[in-house]
Structures are given as structure tokens and as C-alpha cells.
Ligand binder design. Structure first.
Ligand code: NAI
Length: 735
């Protein structure tokens, strides 16, 4: 009886309700392909009354007669453990469970008795749960399992007189959906079928010729395939019958936003948008709960950031299922940005730098020795190139007036030049379909000559351009990161001026939304809003100062999501958390507490380790001999000297301007000591002078005061104590 192709040798299959109808067909099909089969059947009538062993025995005999392996089980599926035990006892394992057993108690809704309701749920839904649960851990441990749930068109679509059955049958789909998610990582797959076949269940409602035509054998091959180890299908629903198979999925209309910012949501607004709520043109097909929910967060951010504009925005319809393959990867524009020191200075002023902060001078004054360009200036040459290309994307309804700057990523490969020529090349990295809008990911590489200096990724949200049948996520997207759940390590506040946007725009972002009140009103804002990239610049320079000592060499990358608008004049509060080389941050509007930049981070390069100190000179210094001699004499004196002086003196002896040796004369601890190196406990007074000057002092060619006033001797710490030292040098350093 061997069938070639998809084989199940060594696999153990449990089919519930396999004494007749569909179950029997499954049992025979699996056995034919080498599986060992547990043929379960309670053997009652189609309403669930009575029991008998004959139904299961008959099918077992049939399989064995053909040379297959099978054992019977006569328990109800409500005794799930017992069914699985039969499989383990007879064949030592369980690989596949086909939940198929079922009965009918059809009644019009109001006539359904408690018992009719309960028994349908107990056999179909609870029975499938109990049998599957009994098999689960075996499947999990062996990292293989295939499960089938049997639903019904009556559940999917409803059917007169089958309310109890419909409810239980669609309950099985919910059960399967979650099992599929939980089982995935153990290679346990669970799929659901809604079969149509002639059987004793259907012969009461189907004409005989259809009962004969819709053979169970036209359903079994789907079940066999779904349960094969080579089939990756998981969590899916199929309708099957008569030799035809179709897959089902959820479809969701694009829907409509029915409330405006700070406005109550009313039933009248729902009524007025009803047509749109129910319009399946360009509908989306959410596959996961995450995809399902993402439309809600999109809606929230649209409502919040757009005021009531999205209420009025009519969705611009695009032809369904636009093929974006020709667009993704396309080069948009190449743009040359030529600048002098003026632009980086203007930009620095635009993001709130001020001469009030002495640290800022190197960003504001081209004559400063360390004059440099703020790292976040890297977005400026890139944005011109990007805007040049956007409007020309065919097929997608890209309307610049409905564009929101969603996210920004910038990575620097070297500090930006303070003037010169930068060439930016922009390409479409990906296009995402968020249902309510489209997200365009634009990558911009900026070169100085042939050298790549920085890379930007702009994430632009186009309201109303979604629903073209595209994917929702992209592996090319640079993602934001949530800050740690603890109070920030640092917070810096900046008050923006009423003219902040007017100043920032001079760096090249001319959108009137940031300056013109009537234009801003059109967008639903009470007044012009600050550029998101301006707030971004404030945050970037705060992180640079707080965690990278304003060293532009250490600024590697930054990512932000623009969550809420900021109005010029408001106070920005940048909260920062250090996690290794990543500085998480978010920027709040202090006056409202709202988060304007969310999920931000800056990656910094750790500070270069201090250059290893040149080895100190242990030879060739005349002073070494003097200190050694002092050491000997201190030893001789015992603690007498310690009592008298009670101080620690450190000596930094220089040679050719560099520290060449350190000595410590400790006349404080124990009976005193003289040793090489810095003071082990802190020095009271530290002297710095050259080897030659030290010798002059010791030989009294110059007295210490004179050496001090002429700058040859530097003293740190307690100067008065140095008088005591003079005495020591006089008496103990005589060579
Ligand atoms: P069927 O009545 O021929 O087979 C069901 C089998 O389950 C019977 O042999 C019965 O003895 C057994 N059974 C009933 N209660 C049991 C229990 N508590 N424990 C163990 N076995 C039990 O009916 P058919 O048509 O083969 O149905 C198979 C499954 O397919 C059922 O779940 C049914 O609801 C479902 N289905 C069938 C459709 C069809 O067109 N035949 C349509 C939609 C769903």
C-alpha cells in the first residue's frame, strides 16, 4: 500500500473521530504513506448519543488489511490524555494530531438548550484543546509537531440553525491562531481547515448526489500536506472540498480617523465617516496583532501631530497594489552643496548655541583654534538632495503637502569639514505601506570628493498614500531605541527663542509651515511650529557636550523619532541615559511635559585612552642623587623629623620641559620615607622645577623664593609648608 512522495515513515498520527467520514479518510491516507495511526472514535451517533468500539475497529482493520500500522482508541476526546497515552503505548511517540471528531445539535438560536450549547463546545472546542494539550510537551521536546483544527464554513460565515456549532467552530480558529504563535519556535505548526465533504453529518442537509461527489478523499490530501515535515505553513485557514483548496485571510478597510486633536469623538462624526470606514478599496490585510495595532498608533500620531488636518484630508486613492520594485533602490538625485564657514556658524546659532557658553565658541568663531562643525549639521547638505527627488515617484500618490518627517538617522564617518563642497546622493531605500499612509525611507550618502563623510536616513510619512498593498516593515529601516526605565543620568534645558524657527530655516529648510501663520493654520496648527530637525540639533549638541566633551570626533551616529511638534519659545528638556557607548535620550517640551523627540540615541566613540606616559627617567638626573641622600638622612633621624615637619612633599622634576621624575618626601607617616613616584597619600605641597634648577636650589645658588618668583619653581598646595622644606634641603642635601 506504499505511496511515494510525501512520506510519514516513523511518524505517529492521532486522528480523532476517525471511525467514519473525513477522519477515516485521513487515517487511511496517513497509513498509506507509512505513518502509524491511532484511530480514535467514540462510536456514538451524529448527535453524540451512545458509544461503540465498532467504528474505530473497522477502520483499523481496513488499514491493517492494506499492510498499514494502526491501533484503535474508543475514548471521547474529552479524555484527551487517554488518546495520547494510546499513541505512546502503541508507538512510543506522538507527532501529528488531527482534531476532527464532532457532532451536531442543530436548533434555531432561541431553541438551543443549555445542554445543546455545552456539548457542542465540549466535543469540538474543549475536546480539541484537551487532546492537543496532552500531546504538546511531547511535540515540544522532540521539536516537531503538526496539528490540525477542524473549523467550518458555518463558523466563518454563520449558518441558520447552527449558532452553537458556529461559535465552537470559530473558537477553534482562535485556538489555532495562538497555538501557531506559541508553537513556532518548537517547530510545532497548527493550521485550520473548513472542509466540505459528504458524510453522515452532511447527508441530512445535502442532496445525495453532492454527498457522493464531495468525497472525503478530496479533503485528506490537504491535511496530509499541512502535516508533512517539509510544509512550513503555520497559523493559516483553508477552505477545502471537491478537489479545490483556498486560503483565507483577514481584510480591513483603510478606515477613517473620526476625531480631531483635543476634540471629543462623537457618534455623529462616526456616522459622517461611515462610508469611508466601510470602504474596502485598497484595503489592508493585517496578519498579526502587531500589524493590526500599528494602525492605531499611526492614527494617534496623525491626530496629535496634524491637529484636525487628517479629519479633512481626503485619502488620495492610488491604484491598488502598486509595484514598488521599480522604485526601491532608485537613485533620486545628486546634489552639490557648497559652503563657507558661514553655514556651520549659522546652523550652530539655529540650534541654540550662544557665546554665553564659552564651550560654544569653537562652533561660532571661525578664528577659534578648534573651530569645527556640529555633527548634526550633516543633515543639511543631505536634505536638499532628498527634497529634489521626492515628487517624481510614479505610481505612488506622494503629496508633499501631506508629508510628515517621521524619523531621522545620521551617521558620521569623519568630522564634517567647516567649509568646502559636499556631494549628496539620495536613493529610495524602501517604501512601507502603513495603511493610513506610506513611509518613504530615503538613504542619502554625502561625499567630500570621493570620501564618504556621512550617511542619512530620512523616514517620511505621506498621509493618505498608503493602502497600495506593500509591506509594513523593512529590514533597511534604522530603528529607534527605548530609553532605560530609570531616571535620566543627565537633563539639560534650553529655552528656544520666538525666532528660533526663523533663524533655523536659514540653514536651508524653507517650509512656510515654520514661519507663516496662515500656512500653519492650514495644517491644523495654532501657530508655526519649530523644525523637527532644529529640536534634533538641540538634543544632539547637548549629548555631545554632556557625554563627549564637545569632541566632534567622538560623535558617531544619532537616531530620533519626531513625536510631537514644538512651538518656538517653548523650553526643550533633553533627558539622557548613558548605556555603554550609547546615549539614549528624549526631548520633552517642559511647559507641557509632552515628548517631542522619542526613542532617540547617540552612539559615541569612547574617549581615546590618555597617551601612555613616557617612562620616567631613572638615570641621568642629578636630583636623583640628592633625593637618595635625603632618604638616607631621613632614615637616620627616625621620627624626630616627622614630629617637626608633619607634611608630605611631592617633587615633579622636569627635564626639557617634561616631567622626568617624581619624588615624594613623606615626613608625616611613621618615621618618614623618601621614595620615587607621586605621594601615596595626598601631598600637602607639590613642587615642580627642572633638574638643573633643583640643583641650583640645593646648592644655594638660588634661594627658593627667588626661584618661585622667577617662575622656575612652581608650588601647588600649602605654600607655607615650603619654608620647613628649606631647612631640610639646607641640612640634609649637602653633598
Ligand atoms: P462524521 O460524523 O462522519 O465524523 C465525525 C466522527 O467523530 C464520528 O465518527 C463520530 O463518532 C466521532 N465522534 C463524535 N464525538 C466524538 C467524541 N466525543 N470523541 C471521539 N469521537 C467522536 O462527520 P464528518 O463530516 O466527517 O465531520 C468531521 C469533522 O469535520 C467534524 O468536526 C465536523 O464538524 C467537520 N465538518 C464537516 C463538514 C462536512 O461537510 N462534512 C463541514 C464542516 C465541518
Amino acid at each position: 500500500m506504499a505511496a511515494a512522495g510525501l512520506r510519514f515513515d516513523g511518524r505517529v498520527v492521532l486522528v480523532t473521530g476517525a471511525g467514519g467520514g473525513l477522519g477515516r479518510a485521513y487515517a487511511l491516507a496517513f497509513a498509506e504513506r507509512g505513518a502509524s495511526v491511532v484511530v480514535n472514535d467514540l462510536g456514538g451517533d451524529f448527535k453524540g448519543y451512545g458509544k461503540s468500539s465498532s467504528a474505530a475497529d473497522k477502520v483499523v482493520d481496513e488499514i491493517r488489511a492494506k499492510g498499514g500500522k494502526a491501533v484503535p482508541n474508543y475514548d471521547s476526546v474529552e479524555d484527551g490524555e487517554k488518546l495520547v497515552k494510546t499513541a505512546l503505548e502503541a508507538f512510543g511517540r506522538i507527532d501529528i494530531v488531527i482534531n476532527n471528531a464532532g457532532i451536531l445539535r442543530d436548533r434555531s438560536f432561541v431553541r438551543i438548550s443549555d445542554e445543546d450549547w455545552d456539548i457542542i463546545h465540549r466535543i469540538h472546542l474543549r475536546g480539541s484543546f484537551l487532546v492537543t494539550r496532552a500531546a504538546w510537551n511531547h511535540m515540544k521536546n522532540q521539536k516537531f509537531g503538526r496539528i490540525i483544527m477542524t473549523s467550518s464554513a458555518a463558523g466563518i460565515y454563520g449558518n441558520f440553525g447552527q449558532a452553537n456549532y458556529s461559535a465552537a467552530k470559530l473558537g477553534l480558529l482562535g485556538l489555532a491562531n495562538t497555538i501557531a504563535i506559541e508553537g513556532r519556535k518548537y517547530n510545532i505548526h497548527c493550521n485550520t481547515i473548513a472542509p466540505t465533504a459528504g458524510s453522515r453529518l452532511t447527508q441530512t442537509v445535502m442532496p445525495q448526489d453532492l454527498v457522493d461527489a464531495f468525497k472525503p478523499e478530496y479533503v485528506a490530501p490537504l491535511v496530509v500536506w499541512l502535516c508533512h515535515e517539509s510544509c512550513a505553513e503555520n497559523g493559516s485557514l483553508f477552505e477545502v472540498g471537491a478537489g479545490w483548496i483556498g486560503k483565507l485571510r483577514w481584510e480591513r478597510s483603510l478606515g477613517a480617523i473620526v476625531r480631531g486633536k483635543n476634540q471629543p469623538m462623537t457618534p455623529e462624526a462616526v456616522r459622517d465617516k461611515w462610508e469611508k470606514v466601510c470602504d474596502f478599496d485598497n484595503a489592508s490585510k493585517p496578519r498579526t496583532i502587531q500589524e493590526s495595532i500599528s494602525v492605531l498608533s499611526d492614527a494617534l500620531s496623525q491626530i496629535e501631530s496634524q491637529g484636525n488636518v487628517s479629519m479633512n484630508a481626503t485619502r488620495s486613492v492610488v491604484s491598488s497594489s502598486v509595484d514598488t520594485t521599480g522604485i526601491v533602490g532608485r537613485e533620486l538625485a545628486t546634489n552639490v552643496y557648497t559652503y563657507t564657514h558661514l553655514e556651520p556658524i549659522l546652523y550652530a546659532l539655529g540650534v541654540g548655541m550662544s557665546t554665553k557658553d564659552p564651550d560654544h565658541l569653537k562652533f561660532l568663531f571661525e578664528g577659534n583654534e578648534e573651530f569645527c562643525c556640529l555633527p548634526s549639521f550633516g543633515v543639511i547638505p543631505a536634505q536638499t538632495s532628498m527634497f529634489d527627488g521626492v515628487p517624481s515617484l510614479p505610481g505612488l500618490n506622494i503629496d508633499l503637502a501631506k508629508m510628515l518627517h517621521g524619523e531621522q538617522y545620521l551617521e558620521l564617518y569623519k568630522p564634517l569639514p567647516t567649509s568646502g563642497q559636499l556631494t549628496s546622493v539620495s536613493t529610495v531605500a524602501d517604501i512601507l505601506d502603513k495603511g493610513s499612509g506610506a513611509v518613504l525611507l530615503i538613504d542619502v550618502n554625502t561625499y567630500c570628493g570621493k570620501e564618504l563623510v556621512c550617511y542619512n536616513q530620512f523616514s517620511l510619512f505621506f498621509v493618505g498614500a498608503g493602502g497600495f498593498g506593500g509591506k509594513r516593515t523593512s529590514e533597511k529601516a534604522k530603528l529607534t531605541a527605548n530609553p532605560p526605565k530609570r531616571p535620566p543620568d543627565a537633563v539639560i534645558s534650553d529655552v528656544t527663542t520666538p525666532d528660533q524657527a526663523a533663524l533655523y530655516r536659514l540653514s536651508g529648510d524653507w517650509n512656510p509651515l515654520h514661519l507663516d501663520p496662515s500656512f500653519a493654520a492650514l495644517g491644523g496648527f495654532k501657530k508655526p511650529i519649530l523644525h523637527g530637525l532644529c529640536t534634533f540639533g538641540f538634543a544632539a549638541r547637548n549629548v555631545l557636550k554632556q557625554f563627549a566633551d564637545n569632541d566632534v570626533n567622538r560623535f558617531k551616529a544619532i537616531k530620533v523619532r519626531f513625536a510631537k511638534p514644538v512651538y518656538p519659545g517653548q523650553t526643550l528638556q533633553t533627558e539622557m541615559w548613558k548605556e555603554g557607548n550609547r546615549i539614549h535620550f528624549q526631548t520633552k517640551v517642559k511647559e507641557t511635559g509632552e515628548v517631542a523627540i522619542a526613542g532617540g540615541y547617540v552612539d559615541i566613540v569612547p574617549a581615546l585612552a590618555k597617551p601612555a606616559q613616557e617612562p620616567l627617567m631613572t638615570e641621568g638626573l642629578q636630583s636623583n642623587l640628592v633625593f637618595e641622600e635625603i632618604g638616607r638622612r631621613v632614615k637616620e633621624m627616625g621620627n624626630e623629623l616627622v614630629k617637626k615637619v608633619n607634611a608630605i612633599f611631592q617633587w615633579d622634576i622636569t627635564k626639557d620641559g617634561k616631567t622626568a621624575m617624581q619624588w615624594t618626601i613623606d615626613l608625616k607617616n611613621g618615621s618618614g620615607a623618601v621614595y620615587q613616584g607621586p605621594a601615596r597619600s595626598s601631598a600637602d605641597t607639590t613642587f615642580t622645577l627642572s633638574d638643573e634648577d633643583f640643583m641650583d636650589v640645593v646648592q644655594q645658588k638660588i634661594n627658593p623664593q627667588k626661584a618661585f618668583f622667577s617662575g622656575k619653581l612652581k608650588v601647588k598646595g600649602n605654600i607655607m609648608l615650603s619654608q620647613k622644606l628649606e631647612m631640610i634641603l639646607k641640612y640634609y642635601a649637602k653633598l
